[in-house]
Design a binder for this molecule. Structure first.
Ligand code: SAH
Length: 210
């Protein structure tokens, strides 16, 4: 699907009604999500016909986008019931099938999911609030689930840490793009109208299966 068309479709989805700061509920913008999904398919062939999981699916942007890119099966994992309710609404309106699983990615999703999907997509909590390191816990869980690739966003300021962890875990890590991620002033502690943060868009893959 063309990048512009994908972005247009994702723009029609509903976002968080009352975003929860402790869960770091920042929706991926349709523009960023469309770029991620387009790259995953056009450059790497990681979505069409594949089994895909979205960890921390929120309102479902990445999972729905993966389905639009031809994913054969999509799973969306999310801890928050209110986000799940909005995701369900989005699925009904778009008539797209994603199997939603309520679960805690940081606590681990259990052995049932080990190497059960081809590709994992996520925009994890960055772990800037109380849950320091949450993005790396999400990443580790994503790598446990996927057999092919994990796509994830991490703050550019943590790039060296992410790269050295990947090396330690024996996975290939590639910064596919550097994004400016526009966090709208959703929460009261943001004094400015919006805050730009620099974010790396990573693709992780397994050394024997690039
Ligand atoms: N993937 C969505 C939302 C990103 S925000 C999008 O791209 O728009 C991060 C999401 O992770 C939120 O929906 C939040 O509720 C969820 N989350 C935070 N901690 C979690 C946990 N431990 N387990 C599962 N989901 C979690």
């Amino acid at each position: 699907m063309k990048l512009r068309k994908l972005e247009e479709l994702l723009q029609q989805l509903d976002g968080f009604e009352k975003p929860k700061v402790l869960l770091e509920q920042y929706a991926t913008s349709p523009h960023v999500a469309a770029c991620m999904l387009h790259t995953a398919e056009e450059s790497f062939g990681d979505l069409d016909g594949k089994v895909v999981a979205d960890l921390g699916m929120g309102c479902g942007t990445l999972a729905i986008g993966a389905a639009l890119q031809g994913a054969r099966v999509c799973y969306g994992f999310e801890i928050d019931q209110e986000a799940i309710n909005i995701a369900k609404q989005n699925l009904e309106e778009t008539e797209i099938a994603v199997e939603i699983i309520r679960g805690d990615v940081e606590a681990g999703l259990g052995s049932r999911w080990e190497k059960s999907v081809d590709t994992v997509l996520m925009n994890p909590p960055f772990g800037t609030k109380k849950n320091k390191g949450a993005d790396m816990t999400f990443l580790q869980e994503g790598l446990r689930l996927a057999t092919r690739a994990v796509y994830s966003l991490h703050k550019t300021s943590t790039r060296q840490h992410v790269l050295s962890k990947a090396k330690q875990w024996g996975v290939e890590a590639k910064v596919v793009a550097e994004l400016r991620y526009d966090l709208p002033a959703t929460y009261r502690f943001h004094k400015k109208q919006s805050v730009d943060i620099e974010v790396d868009f990573f693709r992780f893959s397994f050394n024997d299966n690039n």
